[in-house]
Design a protein around this ligand. Sequence first.
Ligand SMILES: Nc1ncnc2c1ncn2[C@@H]1O[C@H](COP(=O)(O)OP(=O)(O)O)[C@@H](O)[C@H]1O
Ligand SMILES: [Mg+2]
Length: 323
Amino acid sequence: MSNSNRPWVEKYRPRKLEEVVNQKGIINRLQQFINDKSMPHLIFAGPAGTGKTTSALAIVRELYGRKMALNTTYLELNASDARGIDVIRTYVKDFAKARPPINIPFKILILDEADNMTAPAQQALRRTMEKYTQNCRMILICNYSNKIIPPIQSRCVVFRFSSLSSNDIKERLKVIAKQENISITNDGLNALVEVSRGDCRRAINYLQSCGTISQKVDQDIVFKVAGEVPPERVKEILQTAIQGQLDFSINLLNDIIKEYGLSGINIIKNIHREIYDLKISEKTKIELSKLLAEFEYRLSQGGTEEIQLKALLANIVMLQDMK
Ligand SMILES: Nc1ncnc2c1ncn2[C@@H]1O[C@H](COP(=O)(O)OP(=O)(O)O)[C@@H](O)[C@H]1O
Ligand SMILES: [Mg+2]
């Protein structure tokens, strides 16, 4: 693959543990394992895009340096293609069983999306884990550690990764944008943080998509690429409806449907995100969220988008009379 087409999440994946941000406590302990050249089986749990795979690969790199070789010193499997018990019984077992190369204390198996594995496959994994611990240490990566069977959990040290702060994501994005000769406006940066919701991978992917459209990335481009409506626009629709201006709010709604090409459900989700920030009474917020729930259901049952969305706005206008 040519360099320019490489996904930026791979191109800019930190190679060293010390470059992983926001997970200080975890990184310090992992570094200890590397200093000692010894480590237990590990579980990395936490939301997407917080540095789990990155940290696992960095461990391998720091432990093995130039001896890092796929299938010989480490194996990285994505559990969604290796979910079944057969793969665990054959491929994984063979890897774990074979002795590590000379001068290597143990091999490492990285199993991504381990919480997607079936229970029987996890049982088989547990047996392999137990039997070949000398040869092979495992790093299981998952979103929720409670989906890993207890006997595996009790054999592992669990590390919980937390979502990155807005500032950490912004810093990463700035570094990447600079390398790629892209200028991001401040509102563009804020929008990227907003649409990625603590998922650094998503933020970088959106930045790359925006970068293919324009050298200058601002809020508008970000929201378009992410298929989201700028919060002010949604607030405007809500506010006009709450003030009783039905026609006006319907016009505004039609505008964003045309501009952003959103489905009805998507619009309801966008509206839902904004209601808690509006300066309206608690009671109106409660009524609004009930309405949104009802109209989301109607749409899911096949109601016509245009009719349902207009009816939703009409219902919001009527909330006025309750005050
Ligand atoms: N804590 C972090 N520090 C620095 N970069 C990060 C961090 N978390 C995620 N990233 C960025 O996001 C991308 C995806 O991270 P990854 O480790 O694959 O996430 P996951 O937790 O889903 O395994 C990486 O390429 C990296 O650029
Ligand atoms: Mg991952």
